[in-house]
Design a binder for this molecule. Structure first.
Ligand SMILES: [Zn+2]
Length: 422
């Protein structure tokens, strides 16, 4: 199957469905980038995660209201990413539910959040990663961890401040007669918690598991996600011995007998990356060399839940390098490299002049040498009078690369930038 067809087939994971997970637990998958879940208690309901928009939250709440009209007594945020906190105002409307989150809740990409990053960069890159503004289906197929079509109304707008903070490692609560444990579970983010209902061993795992190779680095821009901590948390989750896992994205895992091995493989994939990266780095490999050195073992690479729809091994390897030792690759050549336009002029000279470099670039485009074409185009663009030809080559190439991608983030990013080029 071609990569793009494989990505398209992955959309089946996000068909709009409210799963009856059992004993008063329901999970809405496919209505938003993330899942939202409901637990029905004696005299009210508990909502776990609220999606990225008030529009999506309204659609989900309407579905939940077909099941019960009990009031919302509590909302639990598994972490502070936009796609989990932004529909809270919809679920809370008309009541005053308790809102639970870890004490170190860090809001990203939503109103009410801190802005620790260069804001314009984050907005631009987030838009590209999720293909916001692209045509659904022809351009944006899916999000890798969510459906390709979702409401945009109220994106990032419905966050409500938590009222109840989880300060330590674990908070045991009883909400509407439902005993739950909120357990610190740093992984994809430091502020993660998982929700554990011991009585029937249902685990709401947040984003520490979903059906894709984990996003150990997000190309929208993130600080380092500590790989070892994420793997340690998977150990904690395995030790709980869940019979059902309701993830933050993708369908619930309901086959109790396979859950421990799924989570163990997920953990082992992360541990493998760490071990091989450390080994390669000790051999003196730079990030560009390391991405060839580190591969998942075949038995893990073949697992359906480790396909690179959202995260990729290559980006994880680069993130591990920069996250552990920073940007410097160890090669003194790169301590003070030439400025890009200086380098471009010298490469053009070497190629026999700007015209020759531009023709080589266009030949690479025609020959389908996509990455080489891009690398040449970036240099040709810096030569006086060649910007238009470079732009045309880059645009054609990005669109061709998008069709060769199983990774939704890469596809969306390629097409978004191609369109920005005009
Ligand atoms: Zn998420």
């Amino acid at each position: 199957m071609k990569p793009v067809e494989k990505l398209r087939a992955h959309s089946a994971e996000f068909e709009k469905t409210v799963f009856d997970v059992g004993d008063g637990v329901y999970t809405a998958v496919g209505y938003a980038a993330s899942n939202s879940s409901m637990i029905i208690g004696d005299d009210g309901i508990i909502i776990i995660d609220t999606t990225e928009s008030t529009g999506a939250a309204s659609n989900i709440f309407a579905e939940f209201r077909k099941i019960t009209d009990k009031p919302v007594r509590a909302i639990i945020y598994t972490h502070g990413h936009r796609d989990h906190i932004s529909g809270a105002s919809v679920f809370a409307k008309g009541g005053e539910p308790d809102i639970y989150a870890r004490a170190n809740l860090t809001i990203e990409l939503a109103e009410g959040g801190d802005r620790p990053y260069p804001t314009n960069l984050m907005i631009a890159r987030t838009k590209r990663q999720f293909g916001i503004g692209l045509e659904f289906d022809t351009e944006r197929i899916n999000l890798g961890l969510g459906p390709g079509d979702r409401p945009m109304e109220g994106l990032g707008q419905g966050f409500l401040q938590p009222t109840n903070w989880v300060e330590g490692e674990r908070l045991d609560v009883d909400i509407c007669g439902v005993p739950l444990s909120l357990i610190a579970a740093p992984g994809e983010t430091e502020d993660h918690l998982v929700v554990w209902r011991e009585k029937d061993r249902i685990l709401f795992s947040g984003d520490n598991y979903y059906k894709s190779f984990p996003n150990l680095y997000a190309i929208r821009g993130t600080k380092y996600r500590d790989f070892d901590v994420w793997a340690d948390t998977l150990d904690t989750l395995i030790a709980l011995d869940p019979a059902t896992v309701v993830p933050g994205h993708s369908k619930p895992l309901t086959e109790a007998s396979s859950i421990a091995s799924v989570l163990a493989d997920y953990r082992d994939a992360i541990r493998h990356i760490v071990a091989k990266c450390a080994e390669g780095m000790d051999l003196g490999l730079t990030p560009d060399e390391l991405v060839d050195y580190v591969r998942l073992p075949k038995e893990l690479a073949d697992r359906p839940f480790l396909q690179e729809y959202y995260g990729t091994v290559e980006w994880a390897v680069r993130a591990y390098f920069s996250g552990t030792v920073g940007w410097f690759d160890g090669n003194p050549t790169n301590l003070f490299p030439l400025a890009p336009n200086d380098e471009a002029r010298r490469i053009a000279d070497l190629a026999g002049g700007p015209e020759s470099l531009a023709s080589t670039m266009e030949k690479a485009v025609n020959d389908g040498e996509h990455q080489w074409a891009l690398e040449l185009a970036d240099r040709v663009a810096l030569l006086d009078g060649y910007k238009d030809r470079a732009t045309k080559a880059k645009k054609t190439t990005l669109l061709a690369l998008a069709e060769n991608q199983v990774n939704a983030n890469a596809r969306n990013y390629y097409i978004s930038v191609a369109k920005e080029l005009g």
